[in-house]
Design a protein around this ligand. Sequence first.
Ligand SMILES: *Cc1c(COP(=O)(O)O)cnc(C)c1O
Length: 358
Amino acid sequence: MSLRPRAHIHLSNIADNWRTVSAAQVGGVTAAVIKADAYGHGLPHVAATLHDAGCDHFFVAHIHEAEVTRATLGSHPNIYVLNGPSPDEEALYRENALIPVINSSFQFRTMADWLVDGVKMPRGYVLHFDTGMNRLGLPPKDAHDLAAASEAQDPVLIISHLACSEDASAMMNAHQLEALKTLSNAFPDVPLSLSNSGGVWLGADYHQTLTRPGIALYGGGHPPEGLILKPGLTLEAPILQVRQLEAGDTVGYGATWRATEPTLVATLAIGYGDGFPRSASNKSFAILGKKRCPIIGRVSMDLITVDVTNAADLARPGVYAQLIGPDAPLEEQAALAGTIGYELTTGLTPRVKRIYES
Ligand SMILES: *Cc1c(COP(=O)(O)O)cnc(C)c1O
């Protein structure tokens, strides 16, 4: 038996979540964002599952991720590279029929150079305009100039990205929507895309022609009340040792936790070397037999220590405890550790064995 932490990847849940987002969307198509190894869930498996479920549009950040997606899915789906093209990548884009997202005037000139011989990109390209994120994106004031310059081959999609989609009351959402609508006047017939997962939950005004959900597919983020997303993965770690503490005993590096009464402690084979964050020290919990068992002491590289006094009957070496999953919701664990679901799942290292379940 292996004493390695493991993540069961619930591929059918991920497909169900994609259908749930799709059903919440008023018109248009629902893409899938599978960058960063599908947020730690395994890009090839997730891509194949969602393609089978009917998804035809996949967004990644890097061209390398796009190549893997193309190799996995074959020639049919559209694959968009969010971080955009670099001058030496023309052959890769063309051979793999990838769709570059143009984020800057430098990238626009790169694209223009590739089109100079009048040979179109196989599936066109996307223009990304910045409407307030100030991270990537072309300036909206350049929209008319770019529209004139791009006559050689009209863009297939105009996108922007919301800064505050998780907060439905943020005025910034409406401002960004308005800015996108205004700049899109320069491109009368080109479809639009604004929303990530949080944007979908903002309602029909934000759906446009295509949405780009990521975290929702993996069961994270903050969907509206009553809308249930299923966990994309269940993270578990085995107990290596169980010990009885007396009042006054301390646990772990820095002796940051001290028993005030007799306490049963289980040591689990998972730590920040697996991507379980050190900031969860004395904050998050493990689940043993449906019981919440607080993490006590510091998370170390390979180990955590958990108070299992309330689950003593199950606390023995080789038994697996859940850290993220149906009984340990991703966003709740993330919040306890002072982070977000995205960072937790994306951060899981290769030492965590992935077990793919259909
Ligand atoms: C990562 C990303 C998304 C997906 O965001 P989620 O919040 O995970 O749904 C969508 N669009 C862009 C431009 C992104 O970078």
